[in-house]
Design a protein around this ligand. Structure first.
Ligand code: MN
Length: 132
């Protein structure tokens, strides 16, 4: 087991795809379908990494990231934003709200895992709470 990853994503197909790829690479996966459920899951299970969809029902991903970062126990948990909105400034908004990086949808199954691991490595080198 390499670590526990929480996926906060409301789209079933994406959730399935991300879970499938991560499990195939020996990560333990937990899932949540909206921000509130995701925050509760994060507080309860203390994942090593959170993959966070930005377009969620209710609280959007940026608000979820800020909330996660406001909890002392989760301050060092790396968050990677996942979003299909390829809008200018999205990357900056994700970083401002506390995410270590940003992965674009549609997910490319070939490169997804290496993108995640590259962000974790970068985060560890910066002295953040990575575990890669
Ligand atoms: Mn969504």
């Amino acid at each position: 087991m390499k670590g526990k990853i929480l996926i906060i994503e409301d789209n079933e197909q994406n959730l399935y795809l991300l879970s499938f790829i991560l499990k195939k690479h020996d990560y333990v996966v937990e899932t949540a379908r909206d921000g509130e459920e995701g925050i509760n899951a994060a507080l309860h299970s203390r994942p090593d990494l959170i993959l966070l969809d930005i377009q969620l029902p209710g609280m959007d991903g940026y608000a979820v990231a800020r909330c996660l970062k406001s909890h002392p126990g989760l301050r060092d948990t790396p968050i990677i934003a996942v979003t299909s909105y390829a809008m200018m400034g999205d990357r900056e908004k994700a970083l401002e709200s506390g995410c270590i990086g940003y992965i674009k949808k549609p997910i490319d199954p070939e490169s997804f895992m290496s993108q995640v691991e590259a962000y974790l490595l970068q985060n560890t080198e910066k002295g953040g709470g990575g575990y890669a």
